[in-house]
Design a protein around this ligand. Sequence first.
Ligand code: ADP
Ligand code: MG
Length: 265
Amino acid sequence: MTAPHSVDATHLEVRNLSKHFAELTAVDNVSLSIERGSITGLIGPNGAGKSTLFETIVGEARADAGSILFNGKAIEALSADQVYRAGLARTFQIPQPFPEMTVLDNLLLAAPGQLGETFWAPVIRPLAIRRQEEEHLQRAHEILEFTTLSRVAGLAARNLSGGQQKLLELSRVLMGKPELIMLDEPAAGVNPALTNLLMDRIHALNDQGITFLIIEHNMDLIMRHCQPIIAMANGRVIFTGTAAEAVDCDELLESYLGDMSAIPS
Ligand code: ADP
Ligand code: MG
């Protein structure tokens, strides 16, 4: 028996979420739901509130109103670290690696639940710590293999190209074994070959059951890879539907006219 609108089918749900910065309402009473197993696209002109929505969902910023349900459980009061551990991760519009550290160390730092971080742990359970460190190291190498960054594992992160930095962002969040990954403009400033590679990896992860929510201005990418598509403007959701319906949505087109720099390419 299938129940497409049961709690199970909904992986992430946002209800009446608002976030203000002084008198500016960056996210204005947003409600949306992300279906489990989907690759959902989130579009909208610059300043629409997309990145702020991500920040509030993952607990980096506190919403002023509304609720956020992940796997049917309220997460709006959790810390960013707790949300990450719950299996919900995001990447940044501008990659934020530790630039002087190696690619490999950037991944190891993203591993959750590091026993060695507790003050007494080295005294009490050195073996368990060593085992966990070995597990993390193995996992990091597997991920770098998967994201094609093995060859640059020993380089400082600052030496990577823009596209490689995006792959590093994805690699880092994979250390947390996420169920749902939110990507903030993964193709921005990335050459087409690396964008294709990134999307190929995203589909492979999606085939393994990971849900995606992707903010992008690259309309070709959104149309080819995302279903459904949600559009925001002025902090509000103005459209939800298929790529074909998005093309016909006048309100969506108008929302971009005030922001020529972000006209979808
Ligand atoms: P988008 O990602 O869709 O381009 P943002 O979420 O970055 O939009 O921004 C939405 C609005 O909120 C913009 O007007 C932006 O200037 C404002 N904003 C975002 N972050 C902050 C902040 N930390 N402080 C003040 N205003 C902010
Ligand atoms: Mg943004």
